[in-house]
Write a protein of this length. Sequence first.
Length: 304
Amino acid sequence: MTAPRTERRAVNKTSGCGSDGLRLLATPMPTTSIPALSMAAMVLLSGCATAPMTKGGSLSSYDNMAPSDGVLAKSLVRVSRVDILAAKTVRIVPAAFSQAASPTLSTKQRALVANAIDRSLCVGLSERLEVVGADRPADLTAHVLVTQAAPTDEVAAGASKVVSLVPAVLGVPAPIPRLPIGLGSLTLEAEAQDRTGKQQAAMIWARGANSFTNSPTVSAAGDAYDLATAFGGDFSQLLVTGETPFGTTPKLPSLDKIGSSLGGKPKNAACEAFGRSPGVAGMIAEKVGMPPEWSDKGAAASEQ
C-alpha cells in the first residue's frame, strides 16, 4: 500500500533501554557499588538501539495521547475503553511506510515488514474480535503507518551470529549476547476508527532492537521484521482489552493464537490474506541467522 505524503515530526522522546541505565545511575547508592553499576549501565546503554517517537501525520487526532511505556518499548496511547469493548468486528487496512520511513530498505523488504505487522495484528485481534475482509463493513477499522525503520547492519549481524556459535562448537553451553552494534529499530503510529470515522484508539510506538532479546539475522530488514510482530501484539492487545498493553500481567495466549504462530490456520479466515507465519521453519531460520525474506512467503498472492 502506498502512503500519502506525511508530515514527519519528532516527539521529544526516544525509545531505548539506555534510559533504564540512566535512571539506575541517578539512584543514590554506596560508593562500593559504583564500579559495578557503571559497568551495568554501560552494558544497558550499548546493548540497545534508540528509536525516535516520530509522528507521521496519518492519525485523525493526536490529542489526549498519554505516555505508556513497557520494559523495552515506548508509546503514547489513547483509548475509549467502553467504545472499543463494545466493538465486535474489525477490518485491517494494510500497513504502509511513510515516504521518509526507511529509504535503505528495498520495496520487497518494506512489504515483508508491513505484512508482518498486519499478520501479527490480525492474529492478536482474533482473540476477541471477528476480523473481516476489506470489502465488509466493521465496527472498527484499524490502520498502521511505519514512520521510521532503522536498518540492521548485515555485517554486524553476521558477526554476532558467528560469535554466538563459538560456545556450542567448544562444547560450552553459554549464551552469548548479540554484538551491540548495527542494531535496527522501528517506530509506528496506529489508529482504530469506528463506523463514523471517529478515533476510538490510537498509539505511537517505538522500540529498538537489543543485544539480549532480538536474534540477529543477516538482513537489513531483520530487526524491523522482528519488531513488527512485537508491535502487532501490543496494538492488538490495546484493542482487545481496551487498556494499555504495558504494566499488566501477561495473559496466556489461546490455542488458536499458538497454532497461528506456529504456521497453522488462523482463527479468522480474513487473516489468510496476510499469509501464514513461517512457524517452526522460520524459528530455525532465525536461529541460524537467515534473512526473514528466505522463510516468510509474505501476503497471499491476491494481496501482493
